[in-house]
Design a protein around this ligand. Sequence first.
Ligand code: FES
Length: 102
Amino acid sequence: MAGRFQRLGEAGRRSVSIWVDGEPVHALEGDTLMVAMLNHGDHLRRSEFDPSARAGFCLMGACQDCWVRTEEGARLRACSTPVQENMKILTSRLEGTWAELT
Ligand code: FES
């Protein structure tokens, strides 16, 4: 799958492996989850209101359009969370509303 983002520079940083919905995703040290995930695919998650795909909006931690979660259920803003080796990210939401999951 072609990514929504395309890396144009700084490709010499150390590689970091993360997992998104069980699939390996290649990232580079210093990438945010958003950069890693959108270099790999075309969206970050599904909307909680309809079946549409979401890929973030503000890119600076304000709009809350980029929520993803860890396998343990912690919510993360993909645009402001740096990747860490072996992170396991899920793009689907848990049952319930986001407000109930904080
Ligand atoms: S894209 Fe707006 S908070 Fe992450």
